[in-house]
Design a binder for this molecule. Structure first.
Ligand code: PBG
Length: 310
């Protein structure tokens, strides 16, 4: 009876797994604040993607750990960077997996900000051509979807024009549109060593208090050519996901971010919660709130549990 009247069905094909990739071979480097998640070399990313595919997870999103950082984050658009190399290997060895790549500079800049610095501030407009270069390098490597997470104004339009002007009309854009300046990104910044060295990201990421402004950002990104939009983080933003679902017809992603994952893992490790039930309840809730797909570090475990019958 419950099965036939169930309103929301969580399925593995709504999940997108987050990967941290870096150069090397046979490398699986544990991340202490994200138990169960590792920094992977390209060959290990391929192995992990194969496992995800066999569990019915359709997509991965890649974040890069560079060899060196500099003022502009130039390794981000290097054709030899770990993300670009991993994309090429994935498209060759696991061609049926959808590859999404995060477009941002913070992992690659020595100062840890998502754009270039002028007079102690992030220069929005000077950053746009660099982001376009990153998206182009990823598209050249074979990325199916580029996902700008930098939050500069006008970046979706700049990236769309660069892609179209270089023969990548087919490359899609998933815009991190409603992205808060959030404390929930702490473990990610440890994983990617990307915490800003001065100041914070409130000049370009959004104020968590402003749900209406988030709708405006989504509308602007869609006007500029985004194919799908994102709400991030997920748990403290269910109303934002729901409002976005009710207002816009575009596909909506929610990002179940690193801090949300780490809290669950920490409580589970202490035996305080039932990890499997909590994870499936959280992911079901995100879908019920209105997300079409969910980026999550729980993807592999959740898909396995769903396969075993929830
Ligand atoms: C920026 C980026 C961040 C995350 C995804 N892309 C970090 C930030 O904005 O500081 C966070 C994701 C997470 O916490 O899981 N490149």
């Amino acid at each position: 009876m419950r099965a036939v009247v169930r309103e929301t069905r969580l399925t593995a094909d709504r999940l997108v797994a987050g990967f941290f990739v870096r150069h090397g071979k046979g490398l699986r480097q544990a991340i202490s604040s994200l138990p169960g998640v590792s920094r992977l070399s390209p060959d290990e990313a391929v192995a992990e993607a194969q496992e995800l595919r066999s569990l019915g997870v359709p997509a991965v999103i890649l974040f890069g750990i560079p060899e060196k950082k500099d003022d502009t984050g130039s390794e981000a658009w290097d054709d030899g960077a770990a993300v670009q190399e991993t994309v090429r290997r994935l498209k060759k060895e696991v061609p049926e997996i959808l590859v999404v790549t995060d477009v941002c500079l913070d992992e690659y800049t020595s100062h840890g900000h998502c754009g270039v610095i002028r007079d102690g501030e992030v220069d929005n407009d000077a950053t746009l051509p660099l982001l376009a270069k990153v998206a182009l390098a990823q598209a050249r490597a074979g990325s199916d979807v580029v996902a700008p997470s930098d939050m500069m104004d006008g970046r979706v339009g700049a990236i769309r024009r660069a892609l179209d002007g270089n023969g990548f009309e087919q490359t899609a854009i998933l815009a991190y549109s409603a992205k808060s300046a959030s404390a929930f990104y702490g473990p990610f910044r440890e994983a990617a060593d990307s915490a800003p060295k001065f100041g914070d990201r409130r000049g370009y990421q959004m104020d968590a208090s402003n749900g209406r402004e988030m709708m405006r950002e989504i509308a602007l990104d869609l006007e500029e050519g985004a194919d799908a939009v994102m709400v991030k983080p997920a748990l403290a933003y269910f109303d934002v996901i729901r409002q976005a679902r009710d207002r816009f017809d575009a596909p909506i992603a929610a990002y179940n971010v690193s801090g949300e994952y780490a809290m669950v893992k920490a409580a589970a490790a202490n035996g305080w919660i039932d990890e499997k039930r909590i994870v499936l309840e959280i992911l079901t809730g995100i879908v019920r709130a209105g997300a079409d797909f969910v980026i999550t570090y729980h993807a592999r475990d959740a898909a396995r549990w769903l396969k075993e019958g929830g």
